[in-house]
Each structure stands twice: as C-alpha cells, then as structure tokens.
Design a protein around this ligand. Structure first.
Ligand code: PAF
Length: 284
C-alpha cells in the first residue's frame, strides 16, 4: 500500500492508473468495522481502492469535537493495508490556502440541508460537500462508497453528484452494528463503560419503531411517542427523533404511503450519536 500526504503527489501517483476502475472510500480515520466493510466492498467492485483519512475542520462547528477527534493514524494505516487498500491519502490539509474563497453551499431553505443534523449543526453539510468535492477532484473515482449510518450525508452527497453532474457512482453500504445493535462510529470511543451501556437504547428505540410499523402502526406521531418513552425510561432524551421520507427527507405523518425512515440523534454524556432505520409498514 502506498501512503501519500499531499495533493500533488496524489495526482502524480494516480496519473498512470487512470483508465482502471477506481473505488474511493473517504474517511476521517479512527477506522472501525463499518469503514472496513466499505473498503471490502470497494475491493470487490474496482481494480484500485483509494482511501482518504482527513479530519475536515470545515465540517465541525465551533463547539464541536474537532480537537479531540481520535487520530490513530498508525493503526488506521495497518488496517487499510490488511484490508487491501492500494493507496492511502493522508493530507495535512486539503485547502490550498487558509482562506478559500470558493466553497460549496447547500440551499439553506431546502429540507435536505435544513432538517435533522443540518438544523443541529449549521454549516456541517457545506463543509462535507466542499471537502468531498475536493477529494473527488483529486482522486477522480468511478465509485465512492458511503455508509448508511450517515443517511443524511449520503442523501446530500447523492444530490451534489446529481446537481453538479459529477461522473461518480455513489455506492451506499449498510450500517455495521455491534452485537447489541449500536451503530459502529468513531465517536463510540468517547463513551465510558456506563455510557456505552446506555447507548444500546438508541438502536433499541429505533428497532421498536421498526417492529411497530411492521405490526401495523402507521401513525408517525404514535411511533415516535412510544420510542421517546423507551428512551425516557433510561433517562435519555433525543436531540431529534423523526420520521421522514427516505429520499427527500420530507417529514411524514404516516409510514404507509412513502419509503419511510426513522432518524435519531441523542447525546450520551458529551457524545452525540446518530442512527437511522427503515420503517416498512405492514397491515396486520
Ligand atoms: O463521513 C465522514 O467520515 C466524513 O463526513 C467525510 C465523508 C469523510 C467527509 O469529511
């Protein structure tokens, strides 16, 4: 595996490989089984697998965890090598100047960017699309793989690729979960043992909603209220717990006439965790 740390070197390294099918997995490092599943899928789909590790300051708000975000680079590089990555891109910065004058901005009035994490983390998705655009320009992949745990990010990136007519196929990959259902996330590292125990109630609340929809409850308000009670019983309050259209992210009042998904963000101590699940209504 080749490790490259600046953009010019990346371009030079990629030049002879153009024409081969390239799959790209952008990450912020602190790799876990979820990232490794993306890399393995990339390995199946393409001739060349490129992974980036870059903790993008532009997608963190002023009071967020940029400084404490874990950066175990040696371990990450070993995992990439073991999992069959051909090229690991690990730049110090991706912005040619400290004061870039051209960045991408999502329409703030559109549901896609104004709801869920877009509402809770102003500017977050602008930072994500700006950096993913830069990475796509450098790597020029045929495919890019993203985890469904960050469903809204996936929807925003799909929209960017569509609106800007980028020649990249976006490949979604299923959320990888711990044995008790907790979605794999680099932020799970922040949890103390007690917080980790509490965190399992997040997927539990989502699974309860999924089961209730499958058992014939179609009223979104009723599904949400029951899940909120489950969380409240263990002292948790969601930052948001909502049911939305899986593609447009428009709010839904019923889950029986559109592809529905439940979305949650919940703080456990100082750690903000997110998750989501499909809701498939069945008339019982
Ligand atoms: O999902 C992430 O790890 C990041 O948001 C991404 C896509 C690498 C952009 O910084």
């Amino acid at each position: 595996m080749k490790i490259v740390t600046d953009s010019a070197e990346l371009r030079r390294g990629m030049a002879p490989l153009r024409g081969q099918k390239i799959a790209f997995v952008p990450t912020m490092g602190c790799l876990h089984a979820g990232h490794l599943s993306l890399i393995r899928r990339a390995r199946e789909l393409a001739y060349l697998v490129v992974v980036s590790i870059y903790v993008n300051p532009r997608q963190f708000g002023p009071n967020e965890d940029l400084d404490r975000y874990p950066r175990p680079f040696e371990r990450d590089a070993a995992l990439c090598a073991e999992t069959g990555v051909d090229l690991l891109f690990h730049p110090d910065s991706l912005y040619p100047t400290n004061d870039p004058q051209v960045t991408l901005t999502l329409n703030p009035a559109h549901t896609l960017s104004s709801c869920l994490c877009g509402a809770a983390r102003p500017g977050h998705f602008d930072g994500v699309v700006t950096v993913v655009n830069i990475l796509f320009n450098l790597v020029q992949p045929d495919l890019a793989l993203f985890g469904e745990k960050d469903w809204q990010q996936l929807a925003v990136i799909r929209r960017m690729v569509n609106d800007l007519q980028m020649a990249v196929e976006i490949v979604p990959c299923a959320t990888v979960r711990e044995a008790d259902g907790l979605a794999m996330s680099s932020r799970n590292h922040y949890l103390s043992a007690g917080e980790r125990q509490l965190a399992r109630h997040i997927p539990e609340a989502l699974q309860q909603m999924q089961q209730a929809a499958a058992d014939g409850t179609c009223d979104a308000h009723a599904l949400i209220a029951a899940a909120e009670r489950t969380l409240a019983a263990v002292g948790l309050t969601a930052e948001y717990l909502e049911i939305r259209h899986a593609e447009t992210l428009a709010p839904l009042t019923r889950v029986d006439d559109a592809p529905a998904r439940a979305f949650i963000a919940c703080r456990i101590g100082a750690t903000r965790l997110i998750d989501n699940i499909p809701l498939i209504f069945s008339r019982s």
